[in-house]
Design a protein around this ligand. Structure first.
Ligand code: HEM
Length: 394
């Protein structure tokens, strides 16, 4: 079994980091199925910025694969990608300027307070199902204009879509078909909602995408699917990985309690140390690409191991230590290049607020199980549950 296959093995989900260290010994590792896995910081950054490396799976020649006929912009290359991203960005604010997202701060605090109040009458809670999941969902629904009451319907669809993502070519066609079937249901649901907003626009992102023009109906729907899934399945892991990391280190928890401002660099360090998106598995070489002395042949699938790159000792000193005060923390948690995460300011702020409130309000919290059970995905990695015992709520 290759090192990469062992990383994909659910048995290693709780602690894949020794394997990522091993993987980096071969910065560009060819797998048996022809996939090239890149794991060192410099090489990953190089490929994230290389226009010969495509995000459009339709460029891949895999027998039997039926790629998404109308991908959202995460699966498109410039110039189509740039056009759709820019049209969406108008309603979201640029990724490095969180002003628009900052306006959501009171709503985030209100939802967080309600969720933590809900834990007051007990001494044990699952911080995944009761806090880390509902907050990002409530926020993305509010931004898009999706009724929160419909959430149980698309919760299952979003989870099933994530289950079908992943590297590895052997069952790719089958997973692609399963994904399309579920994506059709989600597209059907959002398509109806788009029709309603077209007839009667409201003050939300979906209405904005429709009324500004420049996007076809199927493009609006694909963008809504992308944002809904990204808003559902990533920040949950940042919050859960955060509480897990803090609860494993009581001295760190005390420091954060004493100095709440420390949460800002601590969230940045979490994105490096326990990244919610561990791998980018969607890239394809359009031409022969040489990297670290290896030629990746045109048409090959490429995996970028972000979790390995952010712990590369050639780039970060003492990478296996969680240091909230790490100076000049450069990590790959949000990717890089033209596809740099669109939701970064939203995710950062949600995590900062909810982690601050959990640290402040839970009395004597401790892990009920360590390691916790993990969700199956090796790409979007995080605990399935995080059971915590505590002595009440402030
Ligand atoms: C792209 C990570 C939260 C929307 C990405 C990428 C990464 C990432 C690594 C790059 C993917 C690639 O290059 O193929 C994360 C993490 C999050 C998070 C770690 C939470 C902690 C969010 C949220 C949203 C979002 C909350 C939306 C509301 C997007 C979109 C893209 C993206 C739309 C595609 C950008 C493009 O193709 O130009 N994210 N994300 N993300 N993310 Fe996030």
């Amino acid at each position: 079994m290759s090192v990469f296959d062992r990383i994909l093995d659910p048995a290693n989900r709780a602690d894949p980091y020794p394997l990522f260290d091993e993987l980096r010994r071969t910065p560009v590792a060819r797998q048996e199925d022809g996939t090239y896995v890149v794991s060192t910081y410099r090489e990953i950054v190089e490929l994230l910025h290389d226009p010969r490396v495509s995000s459009d799976r339709r460029n891949l020649r895999v027998p039997g694969e039926s790629p998404d006929p109308a991908p959202s912009f995460i699966g498109l290359d410039p110039p189509e990608h740039d056009r759709l991203r820019a049209l969406t960005m108008r309603h979201f604010g640029p990724p490095h300027s969180p002003r628009l997202i900052d306006g959501l701060r009171p709503a985030m605090l209100e939802v967080t307070t309600r969720l933590i109040d809900g834990l007051a009458d007990r001494r044990q809670a699952d911080l995944v199902d009761e806090v880390a999941y509902p907050l990002p969902v409530a926020m993305i629904c509010r931004i898009l204009g999706v009724p929160e009451a419909d959430e149980p319907r698309f919760h299952a669809w979003a989870d099933r879509i994530v289950d079908t993502l992943g590297p590895g070519e052997h069952d790719r066609a089958e997973r692609e078909r399963a994904r399309q079937a579920v994506a059709d249901q989600l597209r059907g649901y959002l398509g109806e909602l788009v029709e309603r907003r077209r007839a009667q626009p409201e003050d939300d992102l979906l209405s904005g995408l429709i009324t500004q023009g420049g996007m076809e109906q199927r493009e609006v729907v694909a963008t809504a699917v992308l944002l809904l899934i990204a808003g559902h399945e990533t920040t949950i892991n940042l919050i859960a990985n955060g509480m897990l990391t803090f609860l494993r280190d009581p001295a760190l928890l005390d420091r954060l309690r004493a100095d709440p401002g420390l949460i800002v660099p601590a969230v940045e360090e979490l994105l490096r140390y326990e990244p919610p998106v561990q791998l980018i598995s969607s890239r394809v070489a359009l031409e022969d690409v040489e990297v670290a002395g290896v030629t990746i042949p045109a048409g090959s699938p490429i995996v970028l191991a972000l979790a390995a790159g952010s712990r590369d000792p050639a780039h970060v000193s003492d990478p296996g230590t969680f240091d909230p005060c790490r100076p000049g923390n450069e990590h790959l948690g949000f990717g890089g290049g033209v596809h740099y995460c669109f939701g970064a300011p939203l995710a950062r702020l949600e995590a900062q607020i909810v982690l601050t409130e959990l640290i402040r309000r839970l009395r004597a919290p401790r892990l009920a199980a360590d390691p916790p059970p993990y969700r199956p995905s090796p790409i979007l990695r995080g605990p399935r549950h995080l059971f915590v015992d505590y002595d009440g709520v402030e």
